[in-house]
Design a protein around this ligand. Structure first.
Ligand code: CMP
Length: 224
């Protein structure tokens, strides 16, 4: 069992043998960048854990505009909403990079929920954390300006995907500037302006599909 999987909410509460048994009941799906795993509105009864790469969860407004609800990286789980509350998928899951996911269907999950309460507890904790984050994002949309939201999104991506190097925190987010704007919930122009402003202040360096955070403290202050 690799560390990535053992850190996933589904596995976190299990010992190695139980985790291996759970993994055996899951099926692996390899995806190429741009592949769609499921689309918003599809019926669904499987949750997924990312074991490699990144998956974006996108939602389209009735007028066609896209927002990104989240980007899921290794060890993160998605697709559980339609599994616990049968109904249409609330977002479209697309591979942001080549990616591998493990899928678990409702029937295979049930014995784990009833037989191992710690699995249910761990999944509930993951759901509670997601609700907290969503509430915070909602309040940021109302009370924070775009540069503040950009700073916050970069710090969040940095915590999850960042690699500390002597010159700063290298964050390979794999998103285009359009996708980054969709994640922040603002236009590409405003997000680009905020990024260019941060870069001119020396707080970060922009690279293709990645960013190097040079002054995390200032970004943290701007995100407040
Ligand atoms: P489901 O609705 O089955 O399919 C889309 C998935 O996107 C959903 O389950 C959640 O796992 C995930 N998702 C939906 N909304 C959010 C959100 N606000 N933040 C993070 N993930 C989300």
């Amino acid at each position: 069992m690799d560390d990535v999987l053992m850190s996933a909410p589904l596995f976190a509460a299990l010992d190695i043998e139980a985790a291996a048994a759970l993994k055996a009941s899951m099926d692996e799906r390899r995806m190429l960048k741009g592949d769609v795993l499921f689309s918003e509105g599809d019926p669904g009864d499987r949750l997924y854990v990312v074991t490699d790469g990144k998956i974006k969860l996108g939602h389209a407004a009735p007028d066609g505009r896209e927002t990104l609800l989240a980007v899921m990286g290794e060890g993160e789980m998605f697709g559980e909403l339609s599994l616990f509350d049968p109904g249409p998928r609330t977002a479209t899951a697309t591979a942001l990079t080549d990616a591998t996911v493990l899928g678990l269907g409702h029937t295979a999950l049930r014995p784990w929920l009833t037989g191992r309460p710690e699995v249910a507890e761990s999944l509930l904790r993951a759901l509670a954390q997601r609700l907290r984050r969503t509430n915070e994002a909602l309040s940021d949309l109302v009370f924070s300006d775009v540069p503040g939201r950009v700073a916050k999104a970069l710090l969040d991506l940095g915590e999850r995907f960042g690699q500390s190097m002597p010159d700063g925190l290298h964050v390979t987010h794999d998103m285009t500037q359009e996708e980054l704007a969709q994640l922040v919930g603002a236009s590409r122009e405003t997000v680009n302006k905020a990024l260019a402003d941060f870069a001119s202040r020396g707080w970060l360096r922009l690279e293709s599909r990645s960013v190097v955070l040079l002054d995390v403290e200032r970004l943290q202050r701007r995100a407040r």
